[in-house]
Design a protein. Sequence first.
Length: 282
Amino acid sequence: MDRKEAKKIRERLKADCSACFGLCCTALNIVASSDFPINKPAGTPCTNLQSNYSCQIHSQLRDHGFKGCTVFDCLGAGQVVSQVTFKGQSWRENPEIAKNMFDVFPIMEQIHEMIAYVAEALTYEIPDDITDKLGKQLKELQDVTKLDAENLLSLDLVMYRFSISELLTSVSDFVRRRTIETLPGKRKFSEFNHARADWIGKKVKGKDLRATDFRGAYLIAADMRNTDLRAVNFIGADLRDVDFSGANLSTSMFLTQMQVNSAKGNVKTQLPSHIHRPSHWN
């Protein structure tokens, strides 16, 4: 697969709520917190879900305390479960399929997340052997999305994640090493490793953090205004309330829409092509 096709696949992974039966509003468990004003058990429709599966307060979610809803992104898993797995049958009209549909949704969401990471990895200039392995993984994951509910529910997602994780780490290391070679001064590769670091509230405004590995790092409420974050690996990082105003994230790696939605930014924040600017940003 060439890089252009991989980029198209990554950019197509977007939610289409008009083709979904309100699965994120029904299947998921909600706990009252700063992100949600209510408790809602999994499998119970949100009180704001209308008969046509749209949200009656969609344009005022944050005003009503539903910040978490504006952060969530299923990467298109909802419409696939609704229209492919269950062939357009809704849980309201067919209550006998409701439990399976609600159980399949988070599984499909994880599959789509893995597809997003693998497709993005294929957009980079990387060695042919890694490209071949990623291409096989992508094809297998795409085939998995076509399985029926019974087979989806029996999947060993840990197995998929383990094999993919190794490949994504190889891609990150390769891209970051190449970037580090272009930076001024001679610094060791290990100096850029901040995987799983605790940078909660850290102030790094205006810093050049290119090629840093923030895999699984805690960056909650960090001040990263006007920071250069190109070729940074953000996979699994907690970016809640990070201030990215004016930051350059244009070539940041493995950044998801949910991560960006949970952060802060403005019109000057530069984002990767597959990420859209959240409507609640300044």
